[in-house]
Write a protein that binds this ligand. Sequence first.
Ligand code: MD6
Ligand code: FE
Length: 210
Amino acid sequence: MSLMTRPAPLMTDDALDGFRLWPGRLAAPDQARLRDQVLAALRAAPLYRPVTPGGRPFSVRMSNLGPLGWVSDRAGYRYQATHPETGAPWPPIPDVLLSLWHELTGWPQPPDACLVNLYDADARMGLHQDRDEKDLEAPVLSVSLGDTAVFRIGAAGGGRTRSVRLASGDVCMLSGQARLARHGIDRILGGSSSLLPDGGRMNLTLRRAT
Ligand code: MD6
Ligand code: FE
């Protein structure tokens, strides 16, 4: 068959080449251990509800782990070393996440920020790009725990988006061409997992902020 007549695959988009998904990368016992570690860390760095620079509250509650944390308020988006409500430094990033980062991204430096997002069944996250990091070459790695999410992703430059389910234990990465992909969470499938004590979904995103 000549190249000229080869049909284009329906959902392939070169601009999303760097989007990688590892379904079930974390086995159930590892998910439970990570959940316990993060819930313990959240006692020191409580979840809070940030507002957008325009003053609208996020439906997602957030906290952070690591030397730096992503925050949003009236002053804008930024990374900072302390919790905006308690003023305390963020707790450390669990070793299992540091290992996953090294194994899956191959990036030479460790992540210096891990954003914790907690979704109840009604929470969502609008389409956005992750672009508050100094080095936009370093990948972003995301780990999902608890209820399944309907994740939407499209190329940085616009055009069609596609929908991907992220279940508990799934890990995904935005790198290369897809590093600045537009993405968000359309909805949470409430009750699809019993991992989290109060239900809902937790997402952990590892980044190089500096
Ligand atoms: C979430 N994730 O899964 C939202 N960002 O709750 C993100 O915003 C995200 O999954 C950068 C890279 C991967 C992600
Ligand atoms: Fe993001």
